[in-house]
Design a protein. Sequence first.
Lengths: 386, 386, 139, 139
Amino acid sequence: MRRVYLDHAATTPVHPEVIAAMLPHFHNSFGNPSSIHSFGRESRQAVDEARELVAKILGATAREIVFTSGGTEADNLAIQGVALAKKGQGRHIITSQIEHHAVLDACKYLETQGFAVTYLPVNAEGQVQIADVLAAIRPDTILITIMHANNETGALQPIREIGRLAKEHKITFHTDAVQAVGSIPVNVDDLGVDLLSLSAHKFYGPKGIGVLYIRNGTKLKPLYHGGGQERKLRPGTENHVGVIGLAKALELATTEMDTKQAKIKALRDKLMGGLLAIPEVKLNGHPEERLPGNVNVSIRYVEGESLILSLDMQGVAVSSGSACTSGSLDPSHVLLAMGLSHGEAHGSLRLTLGQDNTEEDVDYVLGILPPIVLRLRQMSPLYHKR
Amino acid sequence: MRRVYLDHAATTPVHPEVIAAMLPHFHNSFGNPSSIHSFGRESRQAVDEARELVAKILGATAREIVFTSGGTEADNLAIQGVALAKKGQGRHIITSQIEHHAVLDACKYLETQGFAVTYLPVNAEGQVQIADVLAAIRPDTILITIMHANNETGALQPIREIGRLAKEHKITFHTDAVQAVGSIPVNVDDLGVDLLSLSAHKFYGPKGIGVLYIRNGTKLKPLYHGGGQERKLRPGTENHVGVIGLAKALELATTEMDTKQAKIKALRDKLMGGLLAIPEVKLNGHPEERLPGNVNVSIRYVEGESLILSLDMQGVAVSSGSACTSGSLDPSHVLLAMGLSHGEAHGSLRLTLGQDNTEEDVDYVLGILPPIVLRLRQMSPLYHKR
Amino acid sequence: MNSYNEKVMDHFKNPRNVGSMDDADGIGEVGNISCGDIMRIYIKVDGEERIADIKFQTFGCGAAIATSSMVTEMAKGKTLDEALVMNNKDVASSLEGLPPVKMHCSNLAADALHAAIKNYREQKLGHKDISDAAEAHTH
Amino acid sequence: MNSYNEKVMDHFKNPRNVGSMDDADGIGEVGNISCGDIMRIYIKVDGEERIADIKFQTFGCGAAIATSSMVTEMAKGKTLDEALVMNNKDVASSLEGLPPVKMHCSNLAADALHAAIKNYREQKLGHKDISDAAEAHTH
Ligand SMILES: Cc1ncc(COP(=O)(O)O)c(C=O)c1O
Ligand SMILES: Cc1ncc(COP(=O)(O)O)c(C=O)c1O
Ligand code: FES
Ligand code: FES
């Protein structure tokens, strides 16, 4: 059976060149980067080089790059770390209703610790409005955290504008760029962010490794304590293999990014067109200002999981809502925030394309999906009631 | 030049069979374990199997195993997590002066948050005394955290006895078994622990992955928040490759452990004998109750780093103090707690053997070390003053 | 949540008794308040108060579809009283279990059946018209 | 801390002027309070108050040994007054830099030299005996 992977927003396969870059460091150059002997120095050098490379690509300096165990940790370190460091100055945080759970749940935790959080709404296209950010700013606002691109709809947020506002008001600004990095250009100065999270497994790197970019001078306290690694902000023996893989993956993803992403976007547009040609299918998120690989549609009268399972039975991997919230049954908080009805949110489908997808993949999906939709609709009491 | 790695307590090379077990999961079975399609289910199954295996080896059940990004995170999750969960019941914690920085620094952090910590002394052989534990217990003691084997001297601690005491007094008991797991048998029921930390890179697994064992019923709060992974105790996309590698490494390390460790111990004893034959060299830590691969000696009149560099110039990798505290200049807190003088602590050398070391390795080290010691002593003002 | 057993998958792939009924004697519809999914059951009752025919329509997840299919299989041929003692657990165990987070999905099945029986009885007593199917909400 | 440059490693591997002096004109010993390491410098002073010969003994890390070696090289042949204006930074930069965490190690070098000069001058003034070398403590 043909297998078509259209869930690159959930995770990506590790690129063969990334595997090749990591491989020698498992068994040959395996030293602890903190050891002073030659085995350790080799690892230290590899970590240093990787850090330089990541910094260069993001427009940062090496000491502003802190490696974490992934996006969730980077988000938590940013949000809880700033809260811990600045709680003397204020206890108000601004975020949005469409953030990833790593951000939302960190904020909800802080609410239990005496912080006040404003969850900004979004418009029907899934975008935060800059006027809402401005209106939410209070004298005691210490942090704004708004994602760069949404993980469900791919909708891009006005990070530059928020960056400018944050600077004017001297508020620390974090962006969760986990979905953006590797798909669109990301430069920390251009965006005007103080903190930025990314995660390697979203751009053909390994799982379990990410970065928190921390602009020099940003006040932040660590969440856990131990050896002096990562300037004490994230102690523990460095996962040097992961770091090497992350840097290599980032380098590959950002080399000829325009060409690669244009190809992905062309396929995506074809897929989007085909899906929207099915009756009563509606696009979620902004039609243009979205990640090049993302389509998100609501298919009326059909429930998401049945759709995924049916596609899966024919070899096609897609998702509904966010794959990160395994076991969650609630309809997507992102789509609800955009004003979708429960039924529309529950019948959403996210298809996210990647570098290896082909036109045949798109044709295959467009071929099998309509009969599946028809079958499920015929099973649905809502379809008959309409 | 011959290269001899004698720093297995700092980290180990990943075993070729572990690499082989991980390799297919980078690019082929790469799905996000939380995805419901077949790519996700494959990863989920691999993670589930790994969890079962780890649980079985430790004498635990699968749901008691929480994967973390390493030993430092496991220690912090255990200590801060219990403190957060039980602060209503009491705010006193008992630990020892010889813990790893991941434990010590987590405790020191809690002291700034209104907790009281007792740092138990050790005897001259580097072992915590059970009577001291008993004497330290207070009505408001919520946690005892004592390491299983020390990372510098390899000295084994009376975990079973402390486990019994903790149970009698209904106090949660955590052990940092990062150095013990893979070198000696570790069974959670046998030890009577509620929480136990381990880290894969200490037993021929990859870096950046560890486990916190959490006995059913133990109260613990997470340190960061996000998706529902690892029963919400440690959210974030699972590093399934790391998990698979950890389980495989643990399986290999615990298969025929007796035979493997007896071989290591025999080499260690030869090395230890040879080192102690050098004048004014003294063993640190208990002569018998120590990890099979560990030798730790103080070489009088000589400073540790110069010794390491000199050995490194001849291809031999060893350490002084703990490799985990890169950039730290203080003499080992462990050796000072054992009553060593500053000079003795500063001239300590830790040699830790592993599965691949040979008799030739030991002979080589015993051949080159005496002239190095002599040279450094002749450079030392202390040697001349004696 | 991502591993249904083979029996569940079989009922998801080839659901028994899907469809509607123009001349149903009773219709039950329930909505699941945990997730908002909806199930509707149509029954045809014979002279001995047995379920002679049964059909379902479901807007819901894989587990919801599989349990709908299973409950119709189990109910067919039973008397109404027999059908009323069947509960949600029975349906789940006939499917050889559901993943823990999916247990709540099985709540729909027996409840929709019971609602259909209730609807049939109310009509017989002349309380209600067939056209407004008994609607109920469950956990 | 784990990457010394080549120049530092050269001085560590082949330290210049190691040893003691039986007939020293001045001896300086300093201990580093950051780490407890110890450096001792012996000088022989000629009639023009020039450092005719110099030796060191060090109990310390790689950086301590390399800076000891470097400071003796730099001091040799200088007048005492010239030697007194040399500071720790000069030594570190002659070694083309030290890792940040090792900068404090270079504190020993110039200080030990200055202590030796002080010891020589105090003896000349008859204040002190050669046998108790001037001891100082630095950061
Ligand atoms: C926007 C966003 N933020 C954070 C995360 C969490 O990253 P990780 O899975 O590396 O913990 C994800 C994906 O999982 C994401 O899509
Ligand atoms: C006893 C002990 N605890 C904790 C750790 C920390 O583990 P990790 O390096 O995986 O963070 C180490 C080693 O680094 C250790 O030896
Ligand atoms: S999730 Fe709604 S019935 Fe299963
Ligand atoms: S560490 Fe003591 S002098 Fe360098």
